[in-house]
Design a protein around this ligand. Structure first.
Ligand SMILES: Nc1ncnc2c1ncn2[C@@H]1O[C@H](COP(=O)(O)OP(=O)(O)OP(=O)(O)O)[C@@H](O)[C@H]1O
Ligand SMILES: [Mg+2]
Length: 150
């Protein structure tokens, strides 16, 4: 069933010019980019986005990291895409992430792991609505959908 996930390339991905490489992976997989925007995340939005980690010792560092420069915020769409994208992203700690995953291939440190992706359908809905208005999410068909889906 088609799902939407919230995916964000963090400031290190933008500054390291990795946006194109990472986007290519999602496009080549057959997923659809339904929305994308560059933005600098306000402190309040960063804290709301990562509110589940509010009590964790790394929370302040996480907020500093995510607000340290521009991010590319996206809505990505496709069948079962929430779990597929999490697999493509790899383990939270890039040192443990399998090679072939985005974090496994492009990152080394937990606090510089270059990408965020929603971890459940509830998180996806919450995060998409935090970052995007409905009108910013494009509804369109890809011309090769018959080749991607049975
Ligand atoms: N133990 C830790 N020490 C330092 N930073 C951490 C630690 N655990 C998580 N983080 C940071 O907080 C972010 C959010 O942690 P979470 O447990 O939600 O991992 P994730 O879902 O893989 O990552 P994200 O939510 O960014 O996609 C991580 O991406 C990482 O940058
Ligand atoms: Mg998370």
């Amino acid at each position: 069933m088609s799902e939407r996930s919230f995916v964000m390339l963090k400031p290190d991905a933008v500054l390291r010019r990795l946006m194109g490489k990472v986007l290519t992976r999602f496009e080549e997989k057959g997923l659809k980019i339904a929305a994308a925007k560059m933005m600098e995340i306000p402190q309040d939005l960063a804290k709301e986005h990562y509110r589940e980690h509010k009590e964790k010792p790394f929370f302040n560092d996480l907020i500093s990291y995510i607000t340290s420069g521009p991010v590319l915020a996206m809505v990505i769409e496709g069948d079962a895409c929430i779990s597929i994208i999490r697999k493509m992203v790899g383990a939270t700690n890039p040192k443990e992430a399998d090679l072939g995953t985005i974090r496994g291939d492009y990152a080394l440190d937990m606090g510089r792991n270059i990408i965020h992706a929603s971890d459940s359908s509830e998180s996806a809905k919450r995060e998409i609505s935090l970052f995007f208005d409905d009108s910013e999410v494009c509804e369109y068909s890809l011309p090769d959908e018959r080749l991607i889906y049975e």
